[in-house]
Design a protein around this ligand. Structure first.
Ligand code: ADP
Ligand code: ZN
Ligand code: ZN
Length: 801
């Protein structure tokens, strides 16, 4: 009986969420495997698809259409990842094909050229038949005849050929103009002598060329080092003294060689943690650990030594970090411990680099993977340990389909492989800490900083008083005095401006008019650099108004403070200070984060002024002062996690101070000095915060006491969005038990974004066995919904904005 391939077509709709059956043509019998990509006829066109199963029968009575071509010689998703994709689709209400695409590196989605290459195993006869040119040939299954494809597939199974991919977009390879000497050194010397008098600059360049060796050097670097202009270089090339070359640029900022490090001698708390985790690694136990360690307690060393244990047993390890660009120090520490075994996955890599890393992992050449959220899908075999650093970070949750949380995926993979999962944080999410309290997770505590360096002393500055005293709402006298003291002692300062819930908006002091985006329901932000007002949601930009558009008063001013304005104000107050600014604007260019941090690390600046992005993971021994300019702007956000986020942020950023010998000090400026999140952050008392916040959540029936799911409808017509939500509420009320709490529909806090209106419903529940089915029903219904209406389902939202 002919074989049948079950294919998920790459058409993300409800109707195509189940695989379709296709006949496997004779010449492809036994060649098609689950996990391979294929092209198949679908309607009147060809689409790509994904083989999820092979069977001998079909429920389909008619004539099956055949698979057109096989795109892979080996499966691109193994059995584990295929099962994971199914689980992901069910739990996040996403299409199966969307989940599969999410798990694959971009290159496997992009337009690529495949080449097939003989290995040493191939026989002379096979080489002549299949490789008439003797070398690699393009492998385009739609152009080659079936017999050749089938033959090549057989060779691949025998290990006689391999396939390589190249992105079609050649521009993806970045090059720089570079220079190499075109003549031998003696000849260059000769010319230099003859031109020395008449053209000293050319002689200078000729001398430089003699010292270069034969490796190309970037033209800008040549100009700089030889101290000549581009014109002089052009002349040298024209005269045939030097030649131009295209130099491929190193695009991975982490590929630089790093100093190897040895394991440190653990302190007692670290020892207990490493022993417990290692025991679970050795026993292949899917145990979940919470490593709750104050900032600077040496959590990273615990991770590294636990990873070493997994490697020693011949297993692999996965380490997740919130945002790789923000944590270069962490990546470097892993690299310097494990060298070439480490693969780094992040969005900053080119498609080709990403794919290379992915393949190195799949082949078992890389056994330690470091990466942000999507690295949780790294095709590691034989996982021995998964670590999730800063597990409370909301960047682990994806805000688009599939709306998965990397923590849940990590726990799934831990169960699959029988390996422990370590969740680490100084300020664990309430959900995680509550599970540890219930005994579901094993809690390991690092209560002390390494070498008993004390935690920094934290001062709360009441800005209401400061504002009254000197009319300055940005810098209190206390903070300025403390900064000056650091400047005098040549120590360094980190200053954070909390951008969440904050912006520089224009308001009329006469009529209260606020300048808003015409497309979105939020105020426009002032940008000093471009002299314009910009919308941070849709990018709308307009001129800074001089008079109020509403009442024509001239008293329209901007409120709030951007990092640029703060930088300027600070420089005015402390003219001698060298300030580095780190925010979205100053870090837009690739590698900018790392560059700024490096400059700061080598003390080329005294003050690092930045947004929340400076709160994470920085370890600079010379930083003895941390200032938080506005601690409370995020407290007023309509989100039940507002206090938790504020506490986490303040604790994290405070932890940047006094990490080495010199003691640290922190100043928190706030207009809400009595708020518990701020008071407890001052004491860096996570446990007290946990108890207090749990009480608040209990009162409000919020997670972790209740689960919360969120449904959103959006449409250009407000009525349509609202009506859809009322219908959904009716379905929910009918399908769920009376214990479920359905809130809404309400317009979202930011009700209009990019010309669409948003309405939401929040479901709070404890135990609703029917919920999955009801939400599935709503999703099915959404398919038939009105044009332009989008319904999203988030089973565990991190944001209620
Ligand atoms: P955390 O991640 O908990 O904030 P880190 O892992 O960054 O803390 O450790 C803080 C500092 O202490 C780092 O510079 C690290 O190298 C150092 N450190 C960690 N463990 C030890 C140890 N056992 N002995 C000496 N130094 C250590
Ligand atoms: Zn006005
Ligand atoms: Zn807008």
């Amino acid at each position: 009986m002919a074989q049948i391939g079950q294919v998920l077509v790459d058409v993300p709709t409800m109707q195509t969420n189940e695989p379709y059956s296709y006949a496997i043509p004779d010449q492809l019998q036994d060649q098609v495997e689950p996990g391979m990509r294929v092209t198949v006829p679908f309607g009147h066109r060809m689409v790509s698809g994904f083989v999820v199963g092979i069977s001998d029968e079909s429920d389909y009575d008619g004539q099956l259409k055949p698979i057109q071509a096989v795109l892979d010689l080996a499966p691109v998703l193994n059995r584990e990842l295929r099962q994971l994709a199914d689980w992901l689709a069910t739990t996040t209400f996403a299409f199966r094909i969307t989940c599969i695409q999410t798990m694959l590196p971009n290159l496997l989605k992009a337009s690529v050229e495949r080449f097939i290459q003989p290995t040493d195993e191939i026989s002379a006869a096979e080489r002549t038949t299949y490789f008439p040119d003797g070398t690699a040939r393009p492998f385009d299954t739609e152009k080659l005849d079936e017999a050749t494809v089938s033959g090549l597939l057989k060779l691949r199974r025998a290990g006689k050929v391999t396939v390589t991919y190249q992105v079609k977009d050649k521009a993806a390879v970045k090059t720089l103009a570079a220079i190499v000497p075109a003549l031998p050194a003696t000849k260059l010397q000769e010319i230099a002598t003859t031109v020395a008098k008449r053209a000293p600059k050319q002689a200078q360049l000729l001398t430089y060329l003699q010292t270069m060796g034969d490796q190309p050097v970037a033209q800008t670097q040549v100009a700089h080092e030889a101290a000549v202009s581009a014109e002089v270089i052009r002349t040298a090339v024209a005269k045939g003294w030097a030649a131009k070359k295209a130099l491929e640029v190193y695009r991975d900022p982490f590929q630089r060689p790093v100093q190897p490090t040895q394991p440190l001698t653990l302190n007692a708390e670290q020892r207990v943690a490493v022993d417990a985790i290692s025991a679970a690694v050795t026993a292949q136990r899917a145990q979940t650990f919470l490593v709750e360690g104050v900032t600077g307690s040496g959590k990273t060393e615990v991770y590294l030594q636990s990873i070493a244990q997994a490697l020693k047993l011949g297993r692999t390890a996965l380490m997740l970090v919130p945002e790789i660009a923000l944590t270069p120090q962490m990546t470097n520490r892993v690299k310097s411990r494990f060298g070439h075994a480490v693969a780094v996955l992040h969005s900053g890599l080119s498609k080709g680099e990403q794919y290379d890393e992915w393949r190195r992992i799949d082949r078992g050449e890389a056994t330690v993977v470091v990466g942000a959220r999507s690295a949780v899908f790294a095709p590691l075999h034989n996982l021995g340990l998964i670590i999730m650093d800063e597990e409370h970070e909301s960047s682990y949750k994806q805000d688009e389909n599939p709306r998965y949380h990397a923590r849940d995926v990590a726990l799934w993979r831990g169960r699959y492989h029988g390996c422990p999962v370590v969740l680490g944080s100084a300020t664990p999410s309430l959900e995680t800490r509550a599970r540890a309290a219930k005994g579901l997770y094993t809690r390991l505590v690092l209560a002390h900083r390494v070498n008993d360096h004390p935690l920094p002393t934290v001062h709360i500055v009441d800005m209401r008083e400061a504002l009254k005293a000197n009319g300055d709402g940005d810098f209190s006298p206390d903070l300025l005095t403390a900064i000056q003291a650091r400047l005098d002692r040549q120590e360094q300062v980190v200053l954070m401006l909390n951008r969440r819930g904050y912006s520089s908006f224009m308001m009329c002091r006469d009529c209260g008019f606020v300048l808003k985006c015409p497309n979105c329901d939020i105020s426009l932000t002032l940008h000093v650099d471009t002299h314009s007002m910009k919308c941070h949601y849709c990018g709308h930009e307009e001129a800074i108004p001089r008079v109020c558009p509403n009442c024509h008063s001239r008293k329209i001013r901007y409120y709030g403070t951007g990092t640029q304005k703060i930088e300027k104000a600070l420089q005015e107050r402390l003219p001698a200070a060298r300030i580095l600014r780190m925010d979205v604007d100053s870090t837009r260019r690739k590698g900018a984060h790392e560059r700024i941090l490096k400059q700061f690390g080598s003390h080329q600046a005294d003050i690092l002024l930045g947004t929340q992005m400076i709160a994470k993971g920085l370890d600079f021994p010379n930083v003895t002062l941390v200032g938080v300019l506005n601690a409370d702007t995020a407290l007023g956000l309509p989100d039940f996690r507002a206090s938790e986020r504020t506490f986490q942020l303040l604790t994290q950023v405070s932890g940047r101070a006094g990490r080495a010998e010199k003691p640290g000090e922190v100043f928190i400026q706030t207009f809400n000095p009595d708020h518990y999140a701020i008071q407890l952050a001052q004491r860096q008392d996570y446990e007290r915060f946990f108890v207090t916040e749990m009480h608040m959540r209990h009162q409000g029936n919020y997670p972790p006491y209740y689960f919360a799911a969120q449904l959103t409808a959006s449409h250009e017509d407000e009525q349509v969005a609202a009506k859809a939500m009322y219908q959904i509420v009716a379905v929910l009320k009918q399908g769920l038990s009376p214990n479920a709490i359905v809130l809404g529909p309400t317009p979202k806090a930011i009700a209009r974004v990019k010309r669409k209106y948003y309405y939401q419903v929040v479901i709070k529940y404890k135990h609703e066995p029917q919920l999955q089915a009801v939400l599935e029903q709503i999703r099915q219904g959404a398919q038939q919904a009105q044009r332009g209406l989008t319904i999203t389902i988030d089973p565990e939202p991190m944001n209620f904005m």
